[in-house]
Design a protein. Sequence first.
Length: 286
Amino acid sequence: QIDYTGTDPSSPCNKCLNVSWDSTPPCTCTINFTLEHSFESNVFMYYGLSNFYQNHRRYVKSRDDSQLNGDNSSLLNPSKECEPYRTNEDKPIAPCGAIANSMFNDTLELYRIDNDTRIPITLIKKGIAWWTDKNVKFRNPTGDGNNLTALFQGTTKPVNWPKPVYMLDSEPDNNGFINEDFIVWMRTAALPTFRKLYRLIERKDNLQPTLQAGKYSLEIAYNYPVHSFDGRKRMILSTISWMGGKNPFLGIAYITVGSICFFLGVVLLIIHHKYGNRNTSADIPN
């Protein structure tokens, strides 16, 4: 995990700490780090946020699923649940709501340093969203042709976005409401400290690890402000084994609940053994 919030004055990203949503050009910083061990299989690159409450009730409800599913009437007349991010300058916002308005928009690039030469690591941006979200829950508006600029005509971008939704990507199958970065963000987290999948790093050569042990650098286009609410940002590299990914929370939860159940079982067994055989019926005289 690499924390790049920049709260430490010695951090390269400290100069970007008070960045705003619409900073032009974006503040950039680079953090160097070393991998002590190689990553042998496919690598998952996440961004993590702390002290960010995506589970707030009004925040969770602030979206229009019909609009996100490509309904043309909802596109121009979003749900009132999106207030105060329903309209801007008398135009409907697409996508509307607080969730979309607060979408994570830092850009992360990874490089391997070999003899002072930076070698870019290929980061795959497709395949990071759930299949059901990509193919069922999210759809672009329909109309004549596939020109998203024309299909989203009459709408405006969310207040905090630097560009409209139809410019999220240059590839037609990853643009608009079906952009996978957008889809991943729209699946809200249950806890205030969370991470979301950002990119994939696929293994290309079975004889070589996906990421060799050595020196790397993380280049960040710092656009997403978190200092105002004491939040933190981090980049996470993770991999999986044949048993899946590491999830210590589930193990701790299972052991805790199991221990409580065992303790209560012992207590109830003692109570039953001590008091269960007593004759509690009262003798009623004739």
